[in-house]
Design a protein around this ligand. Structure first.
Ligand code: AHG
Ligand code: MN
Ligand code: MN
Length: 332
């Protein structure tokens, strides 16, 4: 008898809340609101080739990168889904230079949402998997509508973290510190259904290493030796995979094991990926799934942020490989 036990993400969130003594409904409502935003973005992503949502809007964002129409769409959908709910005091987005307090016309709450509305923008127009990444922190100051200090908290304090990968199917993966759980969107009923309960990064031998080797000439000697070691490991049993969308590369690493690396280099010593809304939430998920995430010297989750859009090198995935990366980089 197959298990027809259908669990929607809303049901799962409520059940999780029951296991959290003293939890207010606010936290659960937030996660439900994020799932709703993900459905709206998923619909637009899946129609991207049919509606005028491809291409660039003609200006650059705070990162100096060309903004895609879908970046703006995803940003607007998440902001408008979350600004009036009364659970947030402020938000941080990759697409917004400064942190954004909840408008006075709406009630303010205890939580901060930090998010990358559309990850993998360079892949939008070529129909390659893209994603959304989010992180939830609790306010630590008395400011009703938050402050920079509330936004700059170490990843270790996150209450929840998750991502949506818009790929061959749309999946939402999240953790609240009690395991990592994956939900696949059934577009025929508009529900995220539990499909991957308690995801654990597979034990070694891991199969893939993932890094953009076009930058190898700019890597440190330790980084170059690390990748050469991975190529020689176990008689070359590793395979290389690099999609160029962090969410998709991480999702594969979470399910198949291995390591994703975006190191710093001579040109960009801190690498490209942002700490608050890319590395930190994925690091929480990786640790909850039995893996690790490092900036090459120590845990991502222990970094005390100093700027909203600060970048960090990222080595994330199977613990044994992240440990090995730190060993090779220690000699740099
Ligand atoms: P975003 O689209 O949010 O700016 O993120 C893009 C990032 C990340 O998704 C990916 O891992 C990385 O850019 C790829 O960078 P390279 O093209 O330099 O490899
Ligand atoms: Mn991104
Ligand atoms: Mn982005």
């Amino acid at each position: 008898m197959t298990d027809t036990h259908i669990v929607t993400i809303d049901r799962h969130i409520i059940d999780e809340e029951r296991n959290r003594p003293g939890a207010s409904g606010a936290f659960s409502n937030l996660l439900t609101d994020i799932a709703l935003a993900a459905k709206v973005i998923s619909r637009q992503v899946n129609m991207a080739g049919l509606v005028d949502i491809l291409g660039r809007v003609g200006h650059r964002n705070v990162q100096g990168e060309p903004v895609q129409k879908l970046d703006v769409f995803a940003q607007d959908v998440i902001y408008r889904a979350m600004d009036h709910t009364g659970h947030l005091c402020c938000m941080v987005s990759e697409e917004l230079e400064d942190w954004v307090p909840i408008p006075e016309k709406f009630p303010a709450g205890e939580y901060i949402l930090l998010f990358d509305p559309l990850d993998g923008s360079s892949n939008i127009d070529v129909n390659v998997s893209i994603g959304t990444i989010f992180s939830l922190q609790r306010k630590v100051t008395e400011h009703e509508r938050g402050s920079l200090e509330d936004c700059l908290q170490p990843g270790r304090r996150q209450l929840a973290a998750g991502y949506v990968v818009y790929g061959s199917s749309t999946m939402l993966v999240y953790t609240t510190g009690r395991g990592v759980h994956g939900f696949t969107l059934d577009p025929s009923i508009g529900e995220f259904i539990l499909s991957h309960e308690d995801i654990r990064i597979p034990q070694p031998p891991s199969r893939y290493y993932s890094v953009n080797e076009a930058y190898a000439s700019r890597w440190s000697p330790g980084m170059q030796r690390l990748v050469e070691d991975l190529k020689r490991s176990r008689g070359g049993e590793f395979s290389s995979r690099y999609i160029g969308s962090l969410v998709a590369d991480f999702h594969r690493t979470l399910l198949r094991g291995g390591i994703f690396m975006y190191p710093g280099d001579q040109k960009h010593p801190s690498g490209k990926l942002r700490l608050l809304y890319e590395a930190s939430p994925l690091a929480f998920i990786a640790e909850e799934a039995g893996g690790r995430a490092s900036d090459g010297t120590g845990d991502i989750l222990d970094i005390q942020p100093t700027e909203l859009h600060q970048r960090t090198p990222l080595f994330i995935g199977s613990t044994d490989l992240v440990d090995r990366a730190e060993e090779f980089l220690a000699n740099d």
